[in-house]
Design a protein around this ligand. Structure first.
Ligand code: PLP
Length: 411
């Protein structure tokens, strides 16, 4: 008899985006003339940088001629991209990462979700709350958690990110083996300082733990004092794996390209205390289950590192950050306390009421759609997320509407 992986039955259905869609449709049907402004989306709205499009076209042309056609490439990615990543994203910032420690993939979602697979099933995991839901759900699937009771899974150490700790969680007060961190954070937008990140690296070194560091929003960091990579912290090579993505950096959400960094000095242990390189295990997993990102996409991604590509990426990031600035300024002027929006496309707003209540009020009074924080974890119940992925016009229009309806929204 074929049987299922029963851990899947513990998963909570993700009602967030379907509930949002249903409520928006309901509202739209009742108010067909009202223009809806979607400020909830975590997807880019600007086109690919021109340098990427040019490289993409050229690579497609290469695929069209027998002499330059390419079939399967190296599963870990073409050297031209791995070298560009290592040089520009790490070595240029003093982080000691080599090209062969970079694994090119089709997304940070898959990589952050899949990495746990090479680790033991009975580890204690620590996950921020609120958080990008993939880390939790993939560990539920793998059987590392108990059932979902009272709004949380058993056997997860939740790292609470609240206004009291400026959305940077404290070190756990119980021993943990696997730690997920995400900075700049989705959804809070919080960025971590070098000192705070160093405390996590020290914790991991002292406890033989592993940090899975999701830096998908690194491109939004504008202050050089804030680390863009965990490998800017001394000792991180031994205890951290880093996930990056071209999705938000350069509008690759639909084109798909990302990478994971697994330093060769990063170890994990077997039950007899024998040390193993995570690099070898991940390489084994990656080459067994993944067959590489397409050649034109990798060429398009490598173009990000050309001089013109860098300038174009910066212009796009600045564009979104300008929206984030408008959102934060406007919401603060209405008396809301905000986090994020400075090194992040997300503004995390203290709703001072249940997040779904503010969602409904914003929709019914202004036609603006936000993301209720409850969808990201228990600590998000009282917050909403507004996203800067939009046009300037829509961002300003949304803020003007909220301003005009402020009394009815907050009252
Ligand atoms: N990590 C975080 C924190 C994200 O918010 C997202 C997407 O929203 C991803 C990873 C997914 O990135 P990718 O498009 O590379 O799969």
């Amino acid at each position: 008899m074929i049987r299922i992986n029963a851990h899947y039955l513990k998963l909570q259905a993700s009602y967030l985006f379907s509930t949002i869609a249903n409520r928006v449709t309901e509202y739209q049907n009742a108010h067909p003339d009202q223009e809806i402004i979607r400020m909830g989306i975590g997807d880019c709205t600007r086109a690919l940088p021109a340098a990427c499009v040019d490289a993409f076209h050229r690579a497609v042309d290469e695929m069209a001629a027998d002499a330059t056609f390419r079939g399967y490439g190296p599963e870990q990615g073409y050297p031209f991209l791995r070298e560009a990543v290592a040089k520009n994203d790490f070595q240029a910032r003093g982080a000691d990462i080599a090209a062969d420690e970079i694994f090119i993939s089709d997304g940070a979602k898959c990589d952050t979700g899949n990495f746990q697979e090479i680790l033991a099933a009975d580890l204690t995991i620590a996950v921020p709350d609120p958080v990008y839901p993939v880390y939790v759900d993939t560990n539920v699937m793998a059987g590392r958690t108990g059932p979902f009771t009272d709004g949380r899974y058993e056997n997860i150490v939740y790292l609470e990110s609240t206004p009291e700790n400026n959305f940077i969680p404290e070190l756990p007060d119980v021993p943990v083996d696997l730690i997920y961190l995400c900075f700049p954070n989705n959804p809070t937008g919080a960025a971590i300082t070098r000192d705070a990140l160093a405390r996590w690296v020290d914790y991991a070194r002292q406890n033989k733990a592993l940090i899975l560091y999701d830096a998908a929003y690194e491109a939004f960091i504008t202050d050089d004092a804030i680390p863009r990579s965990i490998y800017e912290i001394e000792g991180a090579r031994e205890v951290a794996v880093e996930f990056r993505s071209f999705s938000k950096t350069a509008g690759f959400t639909g084109t798909r390209c990302a990478f994971t960094v697994v330093p060769k000095s990063c170890m994990a242990w077997d039950e007899n205390g024998g040390a193993h390189k995570l690099h070898s295990l991940w390489n084994r997993r990656h080459t067994t289950k993944f067959n590489g990102v397409s050649y034109p996409v990798q060429r398009a991604a490598a173009a990000i590192y050309s001089d013109e590509g860098k300038a174009q990426v910066k212009a796009i990031i600045d564009f979104y950050l300008a929206n984030a600035h408008v959102i934060r300024q406007e919401m603060e002027s209405l008396g809301f306390t905000c986090a994020g929006g400075r090194h992040s496309p997300y503004v995390w707003i203290d709703a001072r009421m249940d997040s779904w209540t503010l969602f409904d009020r914003l929709l019914s009074e202004t036609g603006v759609v936000c993301t209720p924080g409850a969808g990201f974890g228990a600590c998000g119940q009282r917050f909403i997320r507004l996203s800067a992925f939009n046009t300037h016009e829509n961002t300003k229009k949304a803020m003007a509407r909220i301003n005009a309806a402020a009394g009815r929204i907050t009252g």
